[in-house]
Design a binder for this molecule. Sequence first.
Ligand code: MG
Length: 170
Amino acid sequence: MEENTKKSELEVKARKWLTERGVELEDIAELVYYLQSKYHENLSMEDCLYNVDRVLTKREVQNAVLTGIQLDVMAEKQMLDQPLQKTIDTDEGLYGIDEVIALSIINVYGSIGFTNYGYIDKQKPGILKRLNDKSTGEVHTFLDDIVGAIAAAASSRLAHSNADDVSIDD
Ligand code: MG
């Protein structure tokens, strides 16, 4: 498979913002490992990392990352109008739009991502636990769902590629 190494401005920015908000690709790869190691014999962290990297080449994913992080940052700086400011700042349980943005990521590799996303969202392993720590003063209302969704999508990609699924187009 020919690898296109030239990244768009959108992709470069999405990757940079993830890092700036404290999320390394390795953190997301660990979530993929957490989800998939029992289903794939000899699964390596390298495989997990590769699939996370491929998910981040998708435009829908990049746009979700930028939109979600932008709202988190503005809420952190108290820059949103009420009542949205309070809703996002306090990560209000019934808001639900953070999950809707996450769905645009999960959908990229088909419906098997839903189960993984739901599971990891309940368990909150690794980086997800840290992003949900409300004592830090940081706002990650969108980012936690985005990171979980990237891990779920990467898990789907891994499952499809292990099945030699021709529908994977990247
Ligand atoms: Mg959330």
